[in-house]
Write a protein that binds this ligand. Structure first.
Ligand SMILES: [Zn+2]
Length: 374
């Protein structure tokens, strides 16, 4: 498989989908029951399901159970090409385009895209920079609307929006839920691994930035930033810190933040052109989607192609779930990592939480109707 066209043709066959999913989900090629881990299973081709002989409810399960595709009525023949599209569109793709390409409604496409973004999210357990003090570029950016064009009163209202309490913290109380003001995002680029990591932050403030840096960058690393005063404590905190003054210069030898700025321009272009309006609540997923493409772009030493990016995203589908309720802010997000692939750490989920989430999802998927914006 090299092209989207080939992927669509390949995955239109159920048996091809099954073989592919088994290959991606179980490195040894032996499918296991998601509930009891048994390997004694029967494939029921007509029902497109496995049957387990273990003593537990839900003996029949599809290949989507335990992945971001779980409990969705959409077949793998649409899920897999959708993932291919999202992984490989440089500036992102809108839910309208996905809907047209795959013959699903825009609302369905919107939900599918958020789940696929979940798979694209590379949860990293290592810190950037590393022990050899490899350089890390850091930068903050404001992503979203255009405050400069606003009327003064409106500017005030936007800077002090009414908020509502949700389980995920404060959320702007805004009828349409649209992104109406710029949202600060903090970004870090490890120059050695050439990987970007981002974090949506409540505000650009010393404490917030230092927390993000300490959580993601190894001490004694070299950090390059702009001249923002909030970065001054970095030296005292045990980092090697050098800045470029953007008023006078942009590059001084190794000291620049061009890499992370390149990522910002991709993110902003994607948000502007493709995702006409993004809720602040979802911004981190768009940032992660763009980070996935950025981190897995083709380079001289690492000539990844479309199929590689697709395979990488699919290898990350297991154990991650995003329900509609979570997506719309009704309950907290749950992320579990079940199958260790590509060296990721595992965290086995408990059956109890699985059941809770399965139940909550059945109810929520029925409600897949409202609040689908972009
Ligand atoms: Zn079982």
């Amino acid at each position: 498989m090299k092209t989207l066209q080939q992927a669509i043709v390949h995955f239109s066959d159920r048996e091809n989908c099954r073989q592919f999913m088994v290959f991606m989900r179980w490195p040894d090629g032996v499918p296991r029951c998601p509930y009891c881990d048994a390997t004694k299973l029967t494939w029921m081709a007509k029902a497109n399901q496995y049957r387990c002989y273990g003593d537990h409810p839900k003996q029949k399960f599809s290949l989507k159970v335990g992945t971001v595709f779980e409990d969705s009525p959409i077949g793998l023949d649409k899920w897999l090409p959708a993932a291919w599209l999202i992984c490989n569109c440089k500036n992102g793709i809108s839910s309208y385009e996905i809907a047209r390409a795959l013959g699903v409604t825009q609302k369905t496409a919107w939900f599918m895209m958020h789940r696929i973004r979940m798979a694209m999210w590379e949860k990293s357990f290592y810190k950037m920079g590393g022990n050899d003090g490899g350089p890390v570029e850091i930068d903050e950016a404001y992503v979203g609307g255009e405050p400069k064009n606003r009327h003064k009163n409106k500017q005030f209202a936007r800077q002090n929006p009414p908020t509502v309490q949700t389980l995920n913290g404060l959320r702007p109380k805004n009828k349409t839920g649209r992104l109406t003001d710029k949202i600060p995002v903090f970004g870090m680029l490890d120059r050695e691994t050439r990987k970007v990591r981002t974090q949506v932050i409540p505000e650009v403030k010393r404490g917030v930035l230092m927390d993000a840096i300490l959580a993601n960058i190894e001490k004694r690393s070299t950090i390059y930033s702009d001249g923002l005063r909030d970065y001054i404590p970095l030296k005292a905190m045990g980092f090697i810190h050098d800045t470029v003054n953007h008023v006078q210069e942009y590059v001084r030898g190794e000291v620049h933040t061009n890499g992370i700025e390149n990522y910002w321009s991709l993110l902003k272009r994607g948000l502007k052109g493709t995702y006409i309006a993004v809720e602040p609540f979802h911004l981190h997923r768009y940032a992660e989607e763009q980070a996935f493409r950025y981190n897995n772009r083709a380079t001289k030493d690492n000539p990844l192609n479309d199929a590689d990016r697709f395979m990488l995203a699919i290898s990350q589908i297991s154990g991650k779930r995003l329900t509609y309720a979570e997506l719309t802010g009704k309950v907290g997000e749950t992320e579990t990592f079940q199958f260790a692939r590509l060296g990721r750490t595992t965290e086995t989920r408990e059956e109890e939480t699985l059941d809770v989430r399965l139940n909550s999802f059945s109810a929520s998927s029925a409600a897949l109707i409202s609040e689908c914006g972009t």
